[in-house]
Structure formats: C-alpha cells, structure tokens
Write a protein that binds this ligand. Sequence first.
Ligand code: PGA
Length: 245
Amino acid sequence: MKKIFAANWKLHKTPTETRNFFSEWKDLTSGFDFLNSEIVFFPTTICLESTAECAKGANWQWGAQNAYSELKGAFTGETSVATLQTLGAKWCLVGHSERRSLFAEDDQLIAKKIAQIQLAGLTPLFCIGESLSERQSGRTFEVLQSQIDKGLSLANKTLPVVIAYEPVWAIGTGVVAEPAQVQEAHAKIFAMIEKLGFKNPIPILYGGSVKADNASGLIQISHVDGFLVGGASLEPNSFFAIAKA
Ligand code: PGA
C-alpha cells in the first residue's frame, strides 16, 4: 500500500500564496521519486481553482477540506461535491475535529457527507479521534468505535475510504501521541474496520503535530499508512521533509 502524506492547510493561504507554494514545491521536489507515496493537498475552498491549475501534470493530488451533504438547494455558504468533482478534486476531508467542535458537525451529518463524497467519485479522508478528557477517562476506544460505526454507516463498502486518526489533544498543540499510543490506537482501528467488510483496504493515517523530526519514527509503526499534517505542511521544506520520511 502506498503511504499517503496529506496537507491540511486549514484557514491559511490566499490564491497567490497557494500558487507560490506549488511553484516552490515543484522546484524542491523535482527529481524526487514519489513512487511509493501519494501526496495530497487540502487548500481552502476558494483556492481550489488555483490548486487545480497548478496540479496539471503534477505528481500530487488535491481535495477540499469540506463539502456539504446535499447536492444543491438553499444552503447558503456551502459547497457541493459536484462542484468539487467538476474542478477535478479527488479527495475531501470529513469529520475533522475542528468541524466537529467549532461547527457542530455530528456523526449523522458526517455519515451523509461520506456517502455523498463517495458518490461523486472522490475519496473521503475521514478523521476520528478522542478528546483529552475522553482519553483520561479511559473511553478512547469506545469513542473511536462509535465514530467509525456511525461515520461509515452510509458508506459504500465497494468504494475507497481513508481514515485519519487524530487525537484531538495532539492537534496543533505540539504534543504528539507517544509511539505506544499511536501503535495501540492504529492496531485497534485496524481491527474495527476489518470487521466492516470494505472491499478495499482502508489506510489509516496519523495526524496531530506531525513534524519532520517525529515523522520517521511514526511512519515505522505498524498500521500507520501515512500522515495528515496541519502546521508543518504550510511550508514546502517542512512538508517535503515529512514526505521523505
Ligand atoms: P497539526 O494539525 O499537524 O497542526 O497538529 C493536524 C490536523 O489538524 O489535521
């Protein structure tokens, strides 16, 4: 299975900054063989068109950070998967903890979004993860099981899905989960999804304060199939250092 290195830019970069990043990325990575890995960028929605232009002939893919569960209608401010599809997106993030906590997205909405993303022929990058209090109260695996069961309840099992395990307490905090915690969580998630009977293997990415200096250790843990990177993906050099891991 190819390792997947995904860049979640959150609310960063203008279209000009996006183009500048990709031109630097092209120079930096020219001659580097990404054959065993997939690089995926998630810019803001308004920067997707410039991203699509930069992606022509490139050896990386891109997707949106969000899309709505309905295809059209009175949903002010939302973006449809059909629009993403026409732009050429191959991926869409869904279930990120910031969407869950700041924008009140629940498991039911996430399940609908995943089904819609798949229908449009895009791969959902489905984020799950426990909060600090859930971990401290010993509920980590109960929470992950519930997020997986509910989030994937409407998914088409013959189409691809990728999971990102992101402990909420490790996102943007500089605190990385201990290798033993990552190993335990990924092994449990692997066992949970194995039971669901999806046709294709479901890669499990780790996310939460991944940096160049911890990436090479984390990528060697079994069932860690890549990373979802926030802060350290904003500069070409630091993201390339992670992808080279
Ligand atoms: P971080 O963000 O790498 O800045 O912790 C990861 C994420 O939110 O996907």
